[in-house]
Design a protein around this ligand. Structure first.
Ligand code: NIG
Ligand code: FE
Length: 388
């Protein structure tokens, strides 16, 4: 296996408190790192860097763990910029446009869907993402959802079945029939293709009772759980996520104190998606209330054509800092280690010894430039471990 030494790292963020300044960011200045094709082997002062088969010069740039984008809807066809334009003129987002993407996605060929997904993945990776979760949810038929999951599998192991995104038009007057389909034929076909099950549990989508049924059946088929909750209104979805030990509850735009108490006593991560609030001109979630209560927070893009056509984790961090009052370090941690925890992964999101060799080298001396210079791409190179 080839070893590589990265020298002249101006600021290295490891997210391993055992390294460097002993903060949760585990930071080391004037550092070097040795990796092989799969893992981090050595971290220390630049002056002590050992030799390796190959050498890279970080040119005093910062190095960070690769971003873990734990929430995306990348497999879709079409676009909805007209809805975005209308929202900027005052129209309210209610998820009603999801059906338009379902129509466009059903009409697209497998190869069109694959090419669109590949293009969006390339944008994410160019911005420093090294782990990505991808959901289905834009076909809402047994064959279509399976097709979306198969395409997602070509790009990641973190594949999520979101058959319970909304009730499709052909079941408009028979939602019980759709929940029954979800819990039987569709689940049987999709469970072998996915790692996770997700439900959009919100106003206009699925109720807490319906979500519970889908999630409990999914768990019985071996899927791990996550939940879209409280994007459009307050509901009991956070309590449901905690009760079912979901790895993550996502959006959390509307939260009551009781939700925060439940989350802080749980292993469920609160994943915030400020690209959605930006793109729907909605109120941002209260990251400070969550962080101050000790809740683990993740940041993700929610990349989708309706509520958040965003492929830049740096932009998401900038929103988190500017609009949600997270510190830059809190945002960086949430976009890396937080995302890993939201996927229950301990091999990514950090650069401790033995972690996967997934990292980004910045064209900037400090990671703060990710937020300080919004709109550009300060990621010079992103490296992904060859181990899948
Ligand atoms: O996470 N909220 C539900 N699903 C997506 C939006 C889907 C769409 O508008 O197409 C979200 O924001
Ligand atoms: Fe989403």
């Amino acid at each position: 296996m080839t070893t590589r030494v990265v020298r002249n790292i101006g600021e290295l963020t490891t997210n391993d408190p055992a390294i460097g300044d002993e903060s949760s960011l585990g930071r080391l200045l004037d550092a070097a790192m040795v990796v092989d094709d799969e893992r981090v082997l050595w971290i220390g002062p630049n002056a002590n860097a050992p030799d390796a088969d190959e050498a890279f010069d970080a040119k005093n740039g910062a190095v960070i763990p690769g971003f873990v984008d734990s929430h995306t809807h990348l497999v879709f066809a079409g676009e909805r910029s007209d809805e975005f334009e209308a929202r900027m003129a005052g129209v309210h987002y209610d998820g009603g446009g999801i059906g338009r993407t379902v129509g466009a996605t059903r009409a697209a060929s497998r190869d069109e869907l694959r090419q669109g997904t590949k293009k969006r993945i390339a944008e994410l990776f160019a911005g420093g993402v090294t782990t990505v979760e991808i959901k289905s949810g834009y076909e809402l038929t047994t064959e279509g959802e399976a097709r979306e999951l198969e395409i997602a599998q070509e790009f990641t192991d973190e594949v999520t079945w979101l058959g319970a995104h909304v009730v499709p038009p052909e079941f408009k007057n028979n939602r019980e029939g759709y929940v029954e389909l979800l819990c039987s034929t569709m689940l049987d076909s999709c469970a072998p293709l996915a790692k996770w099950a997700d439900v959009f549990c919100d106003r206009g989508a699925f109720s807490v009772e319906e979500a519970r049924e889908v999630l409990e059946r999914s768990r019985a088929e071996g899927l791990l759980l996550r939940l879209h909750a409280n994007q459009l209104a307050h509901s009991g979805a956070v309590a449901l996520a905690v009760e079912l030990d979901a790895a993550s509850v996502d959006h959390c735009t509307f939260l009551e104190d009781s939700d925060i108490d439940l989350l802080s006593a749980s292993a469920t991560v609160a994943t915030l998606l400020p690209g959605a609030e930006f793109s729907t001109r909605s109120e941002y979630p209260s990251a400070r209330r969550l962080l101050d209560a000790g809740v683990t927070v993740a940041l993700a893009t929610d990349c989708n054509p309706g509520s958040s056509y965003v492929t830049s984790m740096a932009f998401v961090m900038a929103l988190a800092v500017r609009e949600m009052f997270m510190s830059i370090d809190e945002a960086l941690f949430a976009a890396t280690k937080g995302g890993a925890l939201a996927l229950r992964r301990n091999d990514v999101g950090h650069l401790g010894i033995g972690a996967r060799a997934d990292f980004a080298i910045l064209d900037a001396p400090r990671a703060a430039h990710l937020v300080y210079r919004p709109g550009g791409n300060v990621v010079r190179d992103a490296y992904r471990s060859s181990k899948s």
